[in-house]
Design a protein around this ligand. Sequence first.
Ligand code: HEC
Length: 113
Amino acid sequence: MLRTILISLLCGTVLTACSDESAAPAPLSPALEQGKAVVQGLCINCHGQGINNAPILGNPKMWEKRIAQGEEVLIGHALNGFNMMPPRGGNPALTDEQIQRAVQYMISLVPAS
Ligand code: HEC
């Protein structure tokens, strides 16, 4: 019984927080929107769940050291492949710009520590 009340209280708070417009995430730039489309259409197949130890989207522990290498290195690895990471995520039709934006979108998903 108490549990039910607590849960309803919690839900009420969460709903209030969601309706507060200042808490809404900032809209993505067009470049990041494009990157997001590539990530959701392809990269997420491995990076969603960490297939073959692919760093999971938005997971700070898995991305910290990789991001420390610098964006250029990450983009290079995404373009040319890196161990089990296939070049261009396995889709050679993707342009350099699409890959670059996909990597930038991936980086943007990792919360700043
Ligand atoms: C077939 C599975 C697969 C797909 C699809 C895939 N990745 Fe990966 N990716 C991996 C794996 C596995 C690693 C980890 C490689 C390692 O560190 O040995 C990785 C690592 C990376 C890294 C980190 C490289 C580094 O230097 O640490 C980036 C950036 C990346 N992927 C970007 C992408 C992008 C962008 C896409 C979509 C265009 C994509 N990946 C699609 C499997 C995949």
